[in-house]
Ligand binder design. Structure first.
Ligand code: FDA
Length: 320
């Protein structure tokens, strides 16, 4: 069992390492098998594809959060275009009366070029959300961005409170961050964390990450404002259900969140049982890093991927 666990960790680290490799990104996004696998986790390339997916989850009694894929943009023009596109998505969703908020990434709004541009553009998106009576969740990226992301979200929140943060239970610092955000009254999405992190900043053992998830969930249920528990882990889900009931939190005071294409059976059964469930719906052509993080979370996904590559290779006649 130990060697399987070590193999799993190495596989996860390898995939997360590859998620940052530009060369492989270019190759993978061109292959039909990469595109096919991406469709399992991504609603499509266009906003229209995503709106169709939102309509269908809304019809099943679930809410949504829309994510236009992309991260680490390298130019001011690209960051500005992304902000405009987020604002258009907000107005389109309002026009169609869809039950969906927006998830954004600050590196997509130019954070690598400096905090000022990301802060300005994020504030613009959040004030558009406010005028549409909607809400923006700022996704949390790798640990080099944690402090600056929380600083920017707190600054925007002070004047425009329809914005929330994400806290990752694998980080040692998260207990302090949850305490601080609870004190401010900011909405928090709790996740385990999806990036490759060193043991200097993050718990190396999955059991520690899970223990901390439960601990932070308790803090959010006790003192948080409309917390969101984003997980597909049935042990975490049953813990949260039990603790929320014991602490007298009604089902309307918090929500579960899950990713598009992951555990739809569980999503539906929670809704049937009267829990709120929001589906994270990504769309766009920059799906490679997102897909690699999803593969790293579950080796079974990778086997499915490799099986397809092998089948495709067998059916493609050798060239030259
Ligand atoms: P865990 O990884 O322990 O998985 C538990 C079980 O869930 C698995 O055994 C499997 O059955 C199922 N499962 C999990 N992932 C799967 C997958 N990809 N495919 C198929 N089955 C899967 N992270 C981050 O760092 N910053 C962020 O902003 C966000 N935002 C975010 C929003 C939402 C709505 C969700 C659901 C998740 C995130 N994440 C995230 C990702 C998060 O950090 C984490 O990597 C994944 O949710 C997987 O962790 P679980 O809690 O599901 O548990």
């Amino acid at each position: 069992a130990d060697s399987t666990a070590v193999g799993g960790v190495l596989l996860r680290e390898g995939l997360l390492y590859l998620s940052r490799n530009q060369g492989i990104q270019k190759a993978a996004t061109r292959t039909p098998v990469g595109q096919k696998l991406a469709r399992r986790f991504v609603a499509g390339e266009t906003l229209d594809d995503a709106l169709t997916a939102i309509r269908s989850v809304n019809a099943e009694g679930m809410t949504a959060t829309l994510d236009e894929l992309g991260e680490n943009v390298r130019s001011y023009q690209e960051a500005g275009r992304t902000a405009d596109s987020y604002c258009r998505a907000l107005s389109t969703m309002a026009g169609e009366q869809l039950d969906s908020n927006l998830s954004i990434k600050l590196t997509q709004l130019g954070l690598d070029l400096g905090p000022d541009i990301a802060r300005t553009l994020a504030a613009k998106v959040v004030s558009t959300a406010q005028s549409c009576s909607n809400f923006v969740r700022v996704d949390m990226e790798g640990s080099p961005y944690t402090a600056i992301t929380l600083d920017i979200v707190r600054e925007i929140f002070a004047s425009t409170p329809c914005v929330g943060a994400v806290i990752q239970s694998y980080l040692y610092r998260s207990q302090d961050d949850v305490r601080d955000l609870n004190r401010l009254g900011m909405r928090v999405r709790l996740v385990k964390g999806a990036y490759l992190e060193p043991a200097t900043v993050a718990f190396p053992q999955k059991t520690e990450v899970d223990d901390n998830y439960r601990h932070l969930a308790e803090m959010l249920l006790a003192e948080g404002v409309y917390p969101a528990f984003a997980t597909h882990d049935e042990a975490m889900i049953s813990f949260i259900r039990t603790r929320a009931a014991a602490m007298g939190r009604s089902n309307e005071e918090w929500e579960f969140q899950m990713l598009y294409g992951v555990r739809r059976d569980l999503q539906r059964s929670l809704v049937r049982e009267g829990y709120r469930l929001r589906v994270y719906i990504p769309f766009g052509s920059h799906w490679y890093p997102y897909l690699m993080r999803r593969l790293a979370e579950r080796p079974g996904n990778l086997l499915f991927f490799l099986g397809n590559v092998a089948r495709e290779a067998r059916s493609t006649p050798p060239s030259g």
